[in-house]
Design a protein around this ligand. Structure first.
Ligand SMILES: NC(=O)c1ccc[n+]([C@@H]2O[C@H](COP(=O)([O-])OP(=O)(O)OC[C@H]3O[C@@H](n4cnc5c(N)ncnc54)[C@H](OP(=O)(O)O)[C@@H]3O)[C@@H](O)[C@H]2O)c1
Length: 372
């Protein structure tokens, strides 16, 4: 009899913010097959059907989507096809195989006029093409009626891809003052938070089988806790990033920063349904941001160390006599290493840890060997 670990998990959009993290967080729950646009083109329904039928996954996790919110205003047909039609086809194929589907949607399905946080049963009323296309995808999945869950998330950021956090860090390098929208509110959500929560859900589901998925099918809100504005998010980024020079942030109304696609003023979503169904508490947005930026600071120190000492520096470190630096090497199957220099503290023993950490690009779980 095959166990959960033998089951295939198909992850789409492996080069996207969330897809990249999911391809890693789901490791260990089954045989993860993560595909990119070439292998699984959401605009090619024949290819999608063929790939799913050949692969026979027990779970399909589908973060791939048309995500160019402003561009969608000009490419309505394409956005509607990829975000609106294709998810229904994926759901049909999943149902045919008795497989589960975890799909993603957005806060932009709402018009943002509610004063409080949105719950899953609130009326939708997208204000832009992207939001309408994602809502069409949710509805197409619901119509198929299989073991499918749609996770609505918001304001996704991380240390890779295109997102607000990276744009702010780039702007901070040469702009002393920034004017950022202050009257749109939501919860910035770290891509790793989404991946971690989804992995918990997938673990429960893969262990529980179809009887577990079916009654839980439906729409869930899955985003960080708390609320801020884009201006508040920018200020927090500059505060937590430990920058030498922080730009000042002036909060402006959205009307002074017109974009082709209209955004909702209120993107807050309650994750109470998620908590009740899966026992998962979401982290506060600013706690997650601190963690994310701590990783970014480590990465920047690593680069500085590399620049200073050259790439061979770490390979010539001596074996550690007592009270000397301790080196831990983590082996990557793809032999791509990122190096994190972590000075634990300057205690009398001057213990310094050098941690060789598998790269963000191919970061998986690795065996670790302590070199002494
Ligand atoms: N980003 C946000 O702020 C946000 C907010 C709310 C909800 N969401 C939802 O959350 C999910 C994940 O978003 P994300 O931030 O990870 O998006 P992302 O970083 O933009 O990644 C989207 C992925 O979809 C892929 N893709 C686009 N068109 C495709 C096609 N025709 N066929 C196959 N793949 C295609 C992209 O491939 P390439 O790498 O080849 O371009 C990319 O890997 C999406 O469903 C999105 O709608 C995102």
């Amino acid at each position: 009899m095959s166990g959960a670990a033998d089951k295939t998990i198909l992850v789409t959009g492996v080069n996207g913010q969330v897809g990249f993290e999911l391809a890693r967080s789901l490791q260990g729950l089954g045989r993860v097959v993560a595909v990119d646009r070439k292998q699984f083109d959401l605009s090619d329904l024949d290819q999608i059907r063929r790939v799913i039928r050949e692969m026979k996954p027990a779970l399909i996790v589908n973060p791939a989507a048309y995500t160019a919110v402003d561009q969608a205003e000009k490419e309505k047909a394409l956005a509607m096809r990829i975000n609106g039609e294709t998810p229904g086809v994926i759901a049909e194929e999943a149902k045919r195989l008795n497989a589960a589907l975890l799909h993603f949607s957005t806060d932009y399905v709402f018009d943002g006029t509610k004063a409080a946080a949105y719950v899953e049963t609130d009326a939708t009323n997208p204000q832009n093409v992207y939001g309408a296309s994602k809502l069409a995808g949710e509805q197409a999945i619901a119509q198929v009626g299989g073991a499918s869950m749609t996770m609505r998330t918001s304001w996704v950021y991380g240390l890779r891809g295109k997102n607000f956090l990276l744009t702010m860090l780039r702007l901070a390098a040469d702009k002393p003052a920034l004017r950022i929208v202050g009257d749109q509110h939501g919860a910035p959500t770290w891509s790793k938070t989404i991946a971690a929560l989804v992995a918990h859900i997938a673990a429960q589901g893969l262990a529980g089988g179809n009887d577990w998925w079916q009654p839980k099918a439906g729409v869930y809100h899955l985003c960080a806790g708390g609320v801020t504005s884009w201006a508040g998010f920018a200020r927090a980024i500059f505060d937590y990033a430990g920058l030498d020079k922080k730009p000042s942030v002036e909060a402006i109304p959205a009307s002074e920063y017109p974009t082709p696609a209209k955004r909702p003023a209120n993107s807050r979503m309650s994750c109470d349904k998620l908590a009740a169904a899966f026992g998962l508490q979401v982290p506060e947005w600013d706690d997650a941001l601190r963690l994310c930026l701590a990783r970014s600071v480590e990465k920047r120190s690593t680069l500085a160390v590399r620049r200073h000492h050259g790439p061979s520096y770490f390979s010539v470190l001596p074996r550690r006599p007592s009270r000397m630096p301790r080196v831990i090497m983590m082996k990557s199957s793809r032999r791509r290493f990122d190096i994190m220099l972590k000075i634990r503290n300057l205690m009398p023993s001057r213990v310094i840890s050098l941690i060789f950490q598998a790269s963000e690009i191919y970061g998986r779980r690795h065996s670790s060997t302590a070199l002494r």
